[in-house]
Design a protein around this ligand. Sequence first.
Ligand SMILES: [Zn+2]
Ligand SMILES: [Zn+2]
Length: 320
Amino acid sequence: MKTIKDLPFPITAMKADWMPADSWIGFTPTGKGLNAAAQCQSTINKQAKNGYIIEYITQSIQEPNEGYENEPSYLETLKEHPQVAGRLIAIHKIRASSRPLEEILGNEAYEKMQDVWAKPDKRVRWSVAFPIVESYEIINKPLAKKIFSEESQKSIIRRSSATLRELSEKDRISLSYLEIKRIETRNEWIAIEDEIEISQKSNIDQSILDLINDDLPVGAFEGETEEKTSKIKRRAAWLAQKFALRRSREGTLICDHCSYDPKDTINCDKKYLRSLLDVHHTDPIKSGFRYTRENDFELLCPNCHRLEHLKIRMCNDDVL
Ligand SMILES: [Zn+2]
Ligand SMILES: [Zn+2]
């Protein structure tokens, strides 16, 4: 079973709310003026530091605006709340850039939400929303007071805050052995679309474009337009390049299957060493439909890479 300490990034902060997050985490900008939303986004980025966020459900529930006490979504929250109140329920990775909640929900649902929850003169409840791109359920959903020290509870639970609550190293240690399970997230396509835009503007090595093109199976994008297919491929190559650069930076340019280390063969600069290893996409079929991450790639020596592709071909022939 996977535990929190197996996650590739640390849990940097906690989000407290009375309603479990669905496919986005929203924040209500506190400042006034045109920059309020941008300021809110920048505060959250600073707190999240690109790590995971742990979700805590508060003991009490906010009451809806007058006249909405019988709102079905509120009644449902009220019914489910006792099971999760005071508990740590999930871990999320949010995308670095937010989207206006109105764009995610559509105008009608957004206005309804403001009718029910916002103060009449401040209709921006949860309006700065970060799409969740990766989620884990915490299996036991423990009470936060059983996990965090008295001192931590004071600083992260009993203090009200419109933003995130940053965790200390000590808090992270308290969490590290909680068991977690990956769950599907529904906003992946939003994140994919935005990354497609970035990848269109980035320079990508032709060799990486070619390798990834070979990894993506023929027919994987049946029914998709040629334009969309080529965008999805370019994004996959962009991620592959990020992955290879990171490995180079970390000094781990070795074959992930046989541990071949190009350094043992030739003494040269990192950028040449990288040319002796190929990037391979391990789960290409889901490229367009799932939030592919850097973890979906591996570095292989040319031998292992060929072998891997031969195995895939043989497997496909069996299917046919
Ligand atoms: Zn190898
Ligand atoms: Zn490959």
